[in-house]
Ligand binder design. Structure first.
Ligand code: GDP
Length: 296
């Protein structure tokens, strides 16, 4: 078992000088430890380096003659606060106001889009007392439509589907019309994903987005994919200018560094996390908890 970052930083200070304060010299060693912890948590080296530069400024600028706090602990606090601030920012609620409100779900195949669509439907129904319609715009995989149908039944949401129609833009528009006719408050549009980003897929989702003008576009990303998550987020954000990120599969053993990297790269808030396959395994994002997890 590795020591946690806090213990390692304490150790670094002790072995260096036995000194009880943060100086230019001993801060360098702890920054290395912090960088190592971040990279170990799947944060890219470049981001980890830029991040530790900020931490250094803060650490050296802090009145470090605090008698009651050991320098290692002080460093951990600075890192944790800085991480939480970086991942936090704008208010994380989602906007579903409209007649109906429209939420577009985007991401790669297997990232957890359809599962999250079910979870979000349940969340909006239970927490915000909204009448929710989900629709399946995956025209390539009939199984995806079946999966969403089962989920909609489990959460008590309506479903709109056109099994024969191969035009996802039409399906999405028809779903919204159906929602208007049937007094749904919100429509969640689940889309097709590919195993990797390709032009046809990006064009398709841009077309859907343009046609339906969603109130909210959420980009779903598997936190286990580490560095790849950043590249995918960038491509989707360039095309869709999405409003927020959903980080899935945080029940795995990933430390969640993708949260920091994605936020850092596209500067969009992380709004929800998914922590399992069950419908209630979803939570709104808490930057401070994620900071602790990343640091281990
Ligand atoms: P989609 O292709 O993006 O729609 O992905 P799915 O929603 O079908 O999810 C792909 C697989 O990941 C399924 O087996 C889901 O049960 C599983 N899954 C989705 N979210 C989570 C999660 O948060 N944790 C875990 N462990 N599995 C998840």
């Amino acid at each position: 078992m590795f020591d946690n970052l806090s213990d390692r930083l304490e150790g670094a200070f002790k072995s260096l000088t036995g000194d009880n304060k943060i100086t230019e010299i001993n801060v360098a060693t702890s920054l290395k430890e912090i960088r190592r912890a971040l990279v170990g948590a799947d944060v890219s080296y470049k981001i980890a380096k830029e991040f530790t530069e900020k931490v250094k400024e803060k650490a050296l600028g802090t009145d470090n003659v605090l008698k009651s706090v050991k320098p290692g602990q002080l460093m951990v606090k600075i890192v944790q606060d800085e991480l939480a601030e970086l991942m936090g920012g704008q208010a994380a609620g989602i906007n579903v106001v409209g007649k109906p409100g429209v939420v577009l779900i985007a991401g790669l195949q297997g990232s957890g889009k359809t599962t999250f669509t079910g979870k979000l439907a349940l969340h909006l129904k239970e927490k915000r007392k909204l009448k929710v319609l989900v629709t399946a715009c995956d025209v390539y995989r009939p199984a995806a439509i079946d999966q969403l149908t089962v989920l909609s039944e489990q959460v008590g949401a309506g479903i709109y589907k056109e099994v024969e129609n191969k035009n996802p833009v039409e399906i999405a528009l028809n779903a919204i019309a159906h929602a208007q006719d049937n007094k749904y408050d919100v429509v969640i549009v689940d889309t097709a994903g590919r195993l990797s980003v390709d032009e046809k897929m990006m064009q398709e989702i841009s077309d859907i987005s343009e046609a339906i003008s969603p109130n909210e576009t959420l980009f779903v990303v598997d936190s286990m994919t580490g560095q790849d998550a950043v590249n995918t987020a960038k491509v989707f954000n360039d095309r869709l200018d999405f409003d927020g990120v959903v980080l899935t599969k945080l029940d795995g053993d990933t430390r969640g560094g993708a949260a920091l990297s994605v936020k850092y790269t596209v500067n969009k808030p992380i709004k929800f996390i998914s922590t399992g396959e069950k419908l209630n395994q979803m939570d709104v994002f808490h930057p401070d908890r994620m900071a602790q997890r990343i640091l281990g």
